[in-house]
Design a protein around this ligand. Sequence first.
Ligand SMILES: [Zn+2]
Length: 245
Amino acid sequence: MKRLLRRTVLIAGTLVLMQAGSVMLVRPGRVSEQASAIPSPSSSPTMMPVTPSASPRPAPEARKTHAAASIGGPAQPSATCGRTGTRVVRFRIEVDRGLPTTPSRFTKDVLSILCDRRSWIAGGRVRFRYDPKASLLIGLRTKENKDRICYPFTGYGSCQKPGQVVINADRWFGGSAFLPLTVSDYRRLVINHEVGHALGQRHRGCSAEGAPAPAMMQQSLGLTTDGRTCRANPWPLSYELRTVR
Ligand SMILES: [Zn+2]
């Protein structure tokens, strides 16, 4: 009975912490048992089979480690892209040390995707701006740091948490082995998908056989849902754009 009670308390504690987006504060030994059964509404695993680690690393170290090991982006804000839309989404960037790019290169890459006329600005409801003081952080992370920050969603893909988009550098540089997309198109997909979450978008399935997949579909997990198979596609579709507020 005591054991049952303790388990219940731990489950409740886990839920509260996960919903608050504070997964890193949870002691891994306690959360691991429930993690795979209780998906967090605020942490969105993408492009990956969810395989919570059997012996997770100590998550609390992550805050120090990634803060100390990453570099912020350029000091100057960018221009705002998108011609219409009252909602201006500002983002800053961080790049983990040791990765084969620079913060300014990564900032340019992200801007080139979000400011493409096929991205979320196409709906005319949102605009984007790089700003080193922005609260939304887009981070290019080593696999190890990505797993710490995204815990319990460790593994293949990237993730989004409140205030933070976490891009797995392995996939950024190597693309997805599961999708017929170039590395450039994979980068477009992962940025559109994870920033889509930051805009409030949720996962979608394939709407019709042979149709382009929604950007918010977890495409690396498979292009088929409910018996319909879509084509890989990195850009948000018109019906996705219409739901941006
Ligand atoms: Zn997702």
